[in-house]
Design a protein. Structure first.
Length: 399
């Protein structure tokens, strides 16, 4: 999918070792359909060369305010006009200070001051520099000025220290920029999502589970966050990484998922059950590994709580969305679940389409009828579901 198709981006690169990640970021932007103009400061060009960006973007890279290749010698105006966004990654402490004070002594800082589009910055610096009161002041000034600050993250630093100041990874920045362009249909909503499988232990090493990878739930968490909502994700055992800005709670069993949801559900406006929750668990969990013998074995199972049905039945329940994965008769079973659990919306998918892979094909069932989406990558399906939820909320006066 080309999520940035037709978007025009200026990618500013300032002096920091994280500049090497900017090359990968340029590649991701271009791969996703964006037109990218790279602008390097003099210090940025000490770490990566303009030729790198020229090769990756297929366009000249810029760094000189007086560049004679620009016919009117006004690179700072020409590059910023028509841009949908300026992204500075990495943004050094020095460059953030310049932005905060409106200094304009090179092409990138002048272009940022002259721009008429949003500015996103991805700070990257040593942890002491990040924590220095001067940087704190500059960041808070930039936030007041409407600049969007992406990260930084905490972790190992090139200087050998550990702490806040690592630039976000290229993929995280790419996701943040694509998210920036999404309509804010769920602005200020508080949304809880369940995702992944649950695992019901039988003994010390075995249990009942299913093949859910968590990909659909995590794509939805990203899409909901990008639509402007505050997202809480309660997930079973999965290997997906948490989308930036999403609050995640890891659980194993259905009972743990039930407890995690019930503890927090009063504070949410929308609840979306994507998890493939085990309907039954072993009546008894053995502390030790069960030993083999030659006799047939029977396992007694007891029903688990139905988390979604319980949330939907609460007084003042949130707007509830369920998922239904079926191997046949999708329409009959999915619409049946919507009515039985009293849900506003059910997203139905066939297991052969949705389980485990990167794509899906779904049908949305609501009071108005059915609305097919896909086949498409899970993130695109998730954005379609979010748009549908946004329209339903706008329509029933919950705006
Ligand atoms: O994780 P992936 O590999 O990306 O796969 C995605 C998916 C196929 C798992 C997902 O798209 C999906 O369909 N999830 C729902 C799976 C399912 O079969 O649900 P269900 O029919 O058992 O339950 C219906 C709804 O009730 C679901 O919203 C479920 O989260 C919820 N439920 C079910 C049982 C239970 N005890 N508690 C619940 O909350």
């Amino acid at each position: 999918m080309a999520e940035l198709n037709g978007k025009r981006l200026v990618l500013g690169v300032t002096g920091g070792i994280a500049a090497y990640k900017a090359a990968e970021l340029a590649r991701l932007f271009v791969k996703d359909g964006a037109e990218v103009n790279a602008v390097l400061t003099q210090s940025g060009a000490q770490f990566v060369t303009p030729a790198t960006f020229q090769a990756l973007t297929g366009k000249p890279a810029w760094s000189d305010l007086w560049d004679a290749r620009m016919p009117d010698s006004m690179a700072h105006i020409d590059l910023s006009r028509g841009a949908d966004v300026v992204v500075v990654a990495p943004a050094s402490a020095d460059f953030l200070a310049k932005l905060a004070h409106g200094l304009a002594d090179d092409l990138l800082s002048t272009l940022c001051l002259a721009r008429d589009c949003p500015l996103l910055v991805a700070p990257a610096m040593n942890r002491q520099m990040w924590e220095n009161p001067a940087t704190r002041r500059n960041i808070s000034q930039l936030l007041q000025d409407g600049v969007i600050v992406l990260g930084p993250a905490s972790g190992d630093q090139a200087c050998g220290e550990i702490g806040m100041g690592r630039m976000l990874e290229a993929m995280e920045l790419h996701d943040a920029v694509t998210g920036f362009f999404q309509p804010k249909m769920l602005a200020r909503r508080r949304v809880m999502i369940t995702a992944g499988p649950t695992f019901e232990a039988l003994d010390a090493v075995r249990g009942l589970t299913n093949l859910s990878s968590g990909k659909m739930g995590f794509a939805l968490a990203r899409a909901v966050r990008d639509a402007g909502a505050e997202v809480t994700l309660v997930c079973g055992p999965v290997t997906q990484s948490t989308p930036a800005g999403v609050t995640r709670f890891d659980v194993t069993s259905t009972q743990e998922m039930h407890a995690a949801v019930m503890q927090r559900v009063a504070a949410c406006d929308i609840f979306i059950g994507v998890a493939a929750v085990a309907d039954y668990r072993p009546a008894e969990t053995m502390r030790d590994k069960i030993k083999k013998d030659d006799k047939p074995m029977q396992i007694a199972l007891v029903p688990n709580p139905d988390i979604l049905a319980e949330v939907a039945a609460r007084p003042g329940a949130p707007f509830c969305v369920g998922f239904a994965a079926e191997s046949r008769d999708l329409e009959k079973y999915a619409e049946g679940k919507r009515q039985k659990k009293n849900l506003a919306l059910v997203v139905g998918n066939l297991v052969q389409d949705g389980l485990g892979g990167d794509g899906n094909s779904v049908i949305l069932f609501d009071e108005q009828g059915k609305h097919p989406l896909g086949p498409a990558p899970k993130i695109e399906i998730a954005r379609g579901i979010v748009a549908h939820i946004g329209q339903m909320l706008a329509g029933d006066g919950r705006e």
